[in-house]
Design a protein around this ligand. Structure first.
Ligand code: 6R9
Length: 567
């Protein structure tokens, strides 16, 4: 059971100072995430505890203690300083989920530089746009990704160093390209961490949102305060937990809760970089006796698709707490998890921009399947009237999800884009770009992104609600619902679906599914068209890209699709 007290108690006397105190941080003092995640844990007597269990392709296994990650991040930091990287320089991490990615993350922060993690699966153009925007000075990568880096190197005058971590010997390989071998380097025992302050920049995450060009979201070292406390209270991380966050650090979940949250708490975490299959995942949980599992709806739906039978081949009894983020968590997924794992996935809502969890099913709080839960203690969350931008006070009305600025992990800027940053604030509220309703118990219910909500003949239809209902049909594996142009109603509902194994597409099934939704929801929400797909377009963080499907329906330009998953 959780040891953090009730939601009500935690909300009543909330103060971020609780985290400051636990972390022994005082205003005006140095705060450095790299140091907090390694040196401090060693100083607290946990130097020999495993910080990272890593498993890669081909069954490669490695493990690192907190002392190991302290030394490795010192060594990487020292190396970066030696070649001339300075505080606030941008250093991009462009690696698969290998240990060096995690160790470099801390190393870059320890020298006061800004870490810019990118998905290693990005193609050269996606890479170029982000490095160009951030005027990145160094990129740390692997041999296998070098061809993509070489392609853009000439066009990036600010990019002075390409550092390859898996070449056997440290030396200059070609102009601008050097290799750095951690194993071969002498571990740096004593290292002076750069004295970053609360407002010193830390992480630069690129997000494309659902529309527009990618934006660089700038975070600061003080974000640690939120990430530490939310990891402790919401993910309910306790001293002996074995934690698995399935997210890649190219996505904010993989840094805020795949590095900073757990390690600042001194928790052992596991990384699996061997692709997705239900078999692999369940085996990983069994092998490492994972107790806390933070994942995303897209993965959960894939596990649901793989069926329940396979689960009986594994012992998953170590699991104590489950949470999800990234997309609306369909009620069906919560019900399923309760049935097969004996506990529900706890939904959490937040964004790259918010830096830490904002709305949550707090441990111990009643879980309402399909709801995101309530604002984290200390967070003032509301839904605003879309016209007046005033908070809606009566329950069950659709409004814009907004927060009162001021929590520690809030972004400080969009990199070089003051205008877009300012657009996110109205009447003193930070606008998320999402819509929800709040019920009479204060629970938030996701409706859709601002631009995804469908208006059919004046009725607003929540794509999430229709998608969730579709998942309840036995044939449907995944679904994406968008507006389709219509002469009479302006817009009607169109559903794109993938089928579970064994189901055959055809007009009869289509009709059956349409009627299923009509009965379950309403004639208005019933899809007027259904299209079968092999797979749905998704971002690298697993979010369904409705925008791509929408643009196709409307004959519009699909815009930036550099985050589209394409393998
Ligand atoms: C952490 C992260 C943010 C957008 C957000 C919303 C969607 C995230 C959600 C959710 C419904 C949840 N989103 N969590 N929608 N329920 N629990 O995902 O950051 O990649 O920036 O995406 O994701 O639309 O605005 P990011």
């Amino acid at each position: 059971m959780s040891n953090i007290g009730s939601y009500e108690d935690r909300t009543k006397n909330f103060d971020w100072k609780i985290a400051e105190k636990e972390l022994e941080f005082k205003e005006g003092h140095t705060i450095n995430i790299g140091w907090y995640c390694s040196d401090r844990i060693c100083l607290k007597g946990k130097a020999d505890r495993i910080a990272l269990f890593y498993e890669g392709f081909g069954g490669i296994k490695k493990q690192f203690t907190f002392n190991d990650i302290r030394l490795a991040s010192n060594t990487i930091g020292k190396f970066l300083q030696t070649i001339g990287i300075k505080s606030e320089d941008r250093v991009c991490l462009f690696m698969d989920r290998i240990p060096e990615l995690y160790l470099s993350f801390l190393g870059v922060l320890k020298i006061g530089a800004i870490v810019q993690p990118l998905f290693s699966a990005f193609g050269d153009e996606a890479l170029y746009v982000r490095l160009e925007n951030a005027q990145t000075r160094a990129i740390i990568t692997q041999k296998k990704h070098l061809p993509k880096v070489r392609k853009v190197l000439d066009r990036l005058p600010y990019l002075e160093f390409v550092i390859v971590v898996d070449h056997s010997k440290s030396r200059v390989l070609e102009p601008k390209v050097i290799s750095f071998d951690l194993q071969e380097s002498k571990p740096v025992e004593e290292f002076e961490t750069y004295p970053t302050k609360a407002e010193s920049p830390s992480v630069l995450h690129y997000t494309s949102g659902t529309t527009g060009q990618p934006k660089g979201v700038k975070h600061v070292h003080y974000s640690l305060i939120s990430q530490y406390l939310t990891a402790k209270w919401v993910l309910d991380l306790q001293d002996n937990d074995i934690y698995w966050c399935t997210a890649d650090p190219g996505w904010v979940t993989g840094t805020s809760y795949g590095i900073i949250g757990p390690w600042s708490l001194g928790i052992t975490q596991c990384i699996l970089d061997a692709g997705f299959s239900a078999q692999n995942w369940y085996k990983f949980i069994e092998d490492y006796k994972i107790t806390m599992w933070y994942s995303a709806p897209t993965a959960i739906r894939s596990l649901m698709k793989a069926g329940e039978k396979i689960i009986s081949n594994f012992n998953l009894s170590s699991l104590r707490h489950l949470a999800s983020v990234g997309e609306p968590l369909n009620p069906e997924a919560v019900i399923w998890s309760q049935k097969v794992f004996g506990k529900p996935f706890h939904d959490t809502f937040w964004q790259t921009e918010t830096g830490s969890i904002m709305i949550t099913n707090f441990p111990g709080m009643k879980v309402k399947a399909g709801s995101m839960g309530k604002p984290f203690p200390g967070i003032k969350g509301v839904v605003l009237n879309p016209k007046t931008f005033d908070p809606i006070t009566e329950p069950e009305q659709v409004g814009l999800i907004a927060f009162q600025p001021g929590w520690p992990a809030m972004m400080r800027a969009y990199w070089n884009n003051e205008e877009k940053y300012r657009e996110k604030f109205v009447k003193g509220w930070y606008l998320t770009g999402d819509r929800a309703t709040i019920d009479n118990e204060g629970y938030f219910w996701f409706v859709g992104r601002d631009d995804d909500v469908i208006n059919t003949g004046g009725h607003l239809v929540s794509p999430f609600e229709v998608e969730s209902a579709l998942l309840e049909h036995p044939a449907v594996g995944e679904s994406a619902v968008v507006a389709k142009p219509d002469e009479i109603n302006m817009e009607v509902v169109k559903a794109f679906i993938t089928l579970k194994p064994g189901f055959i597409p055809g007009p009869d099934l289509e009709l059956e599914i349409m009627n299923f939704i009509r009965r379950k929801l309403s004639p208005i929400a019933m899809p007027q068209a259904i299209e079968y797909m092999e797979k749905l377009p998704k971002t690298r963080s697993g979010k369904i890209m409705r925008r791509v499907l929408h643009a196709r329906e409307w004959g519009e330009d699909i815009g930036d699709i550099s985050t589209l998953e394409n393998d």
